[in-house]
Ligand binder design. Structure first.
Ligand code: M6R
Length: 364
């Protein structure tokens, strides 16, 4: 049942090109020119704001999607973790679309948050891996992520499928609101079509990542840095690593480093920098140089051009294929997952069933 893999987690990481292909087929029109949602359709001209709520990895998917909805569809998005949102009595204006993201569709805090917005928001949408779940049933609309069963407690393919569906949703929003021309939507969808192939290329770095991970396994603290949509991924990379390897890890926005966390950096601290060669690259590199000047050991994950420009003096580097900006968070999820996986394997922890954690958190 693990299809030749040692753990469900590694099987599920490897399945990502396939399940993402399925999600793309499901949500794309046959001519590849537009995003098509199952009934009932969502008309984004009805909303002037989006609120996205979830827990854990699903929250980081929401946080990534905030960048897409705002940059691509020009619609303001607020994100929050469910355990805070449900109690903080946030005012919900009537033209709000409330989006809940949950692999299981049964997470207690997310379900309670959903119920809080029922009758307040214009519509409630759930993005889930379980179409029969409580959250799907209690929503006006529910979109499947089509990841298939995810057994590993550490979410991997559900995360990348959530991201894929949310990116398509952001494109649908841009299409409805006229924020992108039909031609631009089509170009973005063509890019998305290339994603499974790019993910396969990223997966080929597994052995190189295992070599680095064997050294990371000796560390007691690890930092993840990213800017823009790579910031939520830095948070996700840190969560994944702590969940299964029990190494303390924190994700930070690169620009926030000098406001405190840089005090942690010494020659024993690995710093993982997630930085495709995009328009924020130079800013991230300057933060990276600040940590290197303080003896920090940098693992730079970037593309060919990024490594050419900035790998001088770094401790290690991992090369990703070059991708259009919008796809980077989905592609770079792969090395983040593989780093956590191989580090946990090197430490000998229980990868699929980490201590103290449950796959579905149905109590508060
Ligand atoms: O089923 P959900 O997506 O609502 O679960 C949310 C979190 O409990 C979940 O993502 C958790 O953070 C994972 N263990 C992360 O790997």
């Amino acid at each position: 049942e693990k299809a030749g893999h040692k753990h469900f987690m590694s099987k599920e990481i490897a399945e990502q090109p396939t399940v993402i292909s399925e999600a793309l087929n499901f949500y794309m029109s046959e001519d590849g020119g537009s995003v098509v949602l199952p009934d009932p359709d969502i008309d984004f001209t009805q909303y002037d704001r989006i609120v996205m709520v979830a827990c854990g990895t699903a929250f980081y998917a929401c946080f990534t999607a905030k960048y897409w909805f705002e940059q691509i569809a020009k619609i303001p998005v607020e994100v929050d973790i469910a355990s805070e949102f449900r109690y903080r009595e946030a005012p919900i204006s009537p033209r709000t679309l409330a989006i809940y993201v949950s692999q299981s569709g049964e997470t207690a805090d997310t379900l309670a948050a959903l119920r809080y917005t029922a009758g307040k928001a214009a519509s409630i949408l759930t993005v889930t891996n379980s179409s029969e779940s409580s959250m799907a049933r209690e929503s006006d609309m529910s979109l499947p992520i089509l990841a298939g069963v995810e057994v590993g407690v550490a979410s991997t393919k559900a995360f990348s499928c959530q991201l894929t569906v949310l990116l398509m949703l952001a494109l649908k929003a841009a299409q409805d609101r006229g924020a992108l021309s039909d031609e631009d939507v089509k170009t973005q969808l063509t890019h998305l079509r290339s994603l499974p192939g790019l993910l396969n290329v990223a997966l080929e770095q597994s052995d190189a990542i295992a070599n680095v991970a064997a050294q990371l396994a000796e560390s007691s603290d690890i930092l993840f840095l990213g800017r823009g949509a790579m910031y939520p991924l830095a948070l996700e990379g840190a969560l994944k690593l702590k969940e299964i390897s029990y190494i303390h890890a924190e994700g930070y926005a690169s620009g926030e480093l000098k406001h405190g966390p840089i005090a942690l950096v010494d020659q024993h601290t690995p710093i993982i920098v997630l930085a495709p060669r995009d328009k924020l690259f130079e800013k991230t590199v300057s933060n990276m140089q600040e940590v290197m000047a303080r003896g920090g050991k940098v693992l730079l994950i970037s593309d060919e051009q990024g490594l050419k420009e900035a790998s001088d003096g770094v401790w290690q580097s991992i090369q990703m294929p070059t991708v259009p900006d919008a796809l980077a968070p989905i592609l770079y999820a792969v090395p983040a997952q593989l780093l956590a996986y191989h580090t946990a394997v090197a430490k000998g922890t229980d990868v699929d069933q980490p201590r103290n954690l449950a796959k579905s958190v149905t109590v508060e």
